[in-house]
Design a protein around this ligand. Structure first.
Ligand SMILES: *[C@@H]1O[C@H](CO)[C@@H](O)[C@H](O)[C@H]1NC(C)=O
Length: 269
């Protein structure tokens, strides 16, 4: 009996110590080669992606998406590269990765350095896995944009959400931006904190990832719909042109790369 109780105590201590805010997903990209297809899917094609975009998204093609270690280091990063080249009827190529896993609530953290180039439109964002709220996938089921940058204004970082009632088609999407003067020269940490009744997004660095809050929205604000209680997956991409990215023109031979040092997802367990 005594031994049995002791074992239960040990089990309790171990369980309690393990509970907490835990990293449930990570990709550190610390090798040379293609993207890990156990963790990521690719969106492929050149049909404009709903935004009249100009690039063709390729499938795990090294020119557009690859992992590369920093010279002389074990540390690596994912490179997503938009290139000026004729491909499948398009004038540019690039890549758009989607996480195979999805989550509801928690913290998404991404350390990234952004490209430079008029016409480029990189994004770190999330979409719902399923159409739960309406058969119209977008915008009724939500979208969370942790980081968007457009090449004609490269130091302005935008964070946005879209829902059925609040989206860019209606022109009333909740969106905020901050200036990050070194967003294209240094790696910054972008954080989404997604709670039951609140969405916040931050930009900072190693010393303080929460240095600048870009965005906060409460469910009890002027929402009439709140689709953010379902599984969402993560997207990483660099678009070329499009209604927003191309609105001030696209440099004829524009190319550029977004580098992603790591992607982490945390949840309470
Ligand atoms: C774009 O590239 C083509 C082919 O190399 C070159 O002829 C042209 O001058 C370039 N355009 C600009 C604006 O640099």
């Amino acid at each position: 009996m005594k031994v049995y109780l002791s074992l239960i105590c040990i089990w309790c201590v171990v369980t309690i110590c393990q509970a907490g805010f835990v990293r449930v997903f990570e990709d550190n990209f610390d090798y040379d080669g293609g993207v890990d297809l156990n963790k990521w899917d690719f969106d492929v094609g050149g049909h404009g992606w709903g935004n009249n975009e100009e690039q063709y998204y390729t499938h795990n093609r090294r020119e557009n998406a690859r992992c590369e270690r920093f010279p002389g280091s074990g540390n690596g990063r994912l490179i997503i590269e938009a290139r000026r080249e004729n491909f499948e009827g398009r004038r540019f190529t690039s890549a758009r990765l989607k996480s195979k896993a999805d989550w509801t609530y928690g913290r998404l953290q991404i350390r990234a350095k952004l490209p430079v180039g008029r016409g480029l439109w990189p994004a770190l964002w999330l979409l719902p896995r399923r159409s739960v709220y309406s058969a119209q996938y977008w915008p009724d089921n939500g979208e969370i944009d942790l980081m968007e940058q457009v090449g004609y204004d490269p130091h302005r970082i935008h964070s946005t959400v879209h829902t059925k009632a609040n989206n860019h088609m209606l022109g009333n999407h909740p969106s905020h931006s901050v200036i990050v003067g070194d967003a294209t020269s240094n790696f910054k940490i972008y954080t989404l904190d997604w709670n039951v009744d609140k969405i916040e997004m931050f930009v900072g660095d190693e010393g303080n990832p929460f240095q600048t809050r870009i965005f906060i929205w409460n469910k009890h604000g002027d929402w009439t719909t709140w689709p953010f209680d379902q599984p969402f997956f993560v997207l990483l991409n660099v678009a070329v042109g499009g209604f927003w990215g191309g609105s001030q023109g696209v440099d004829e031979n524009v190319s550029g790369r977004m580098e992603v040092d790591w992607v982490y997802y945390y949840q309470w367990r």
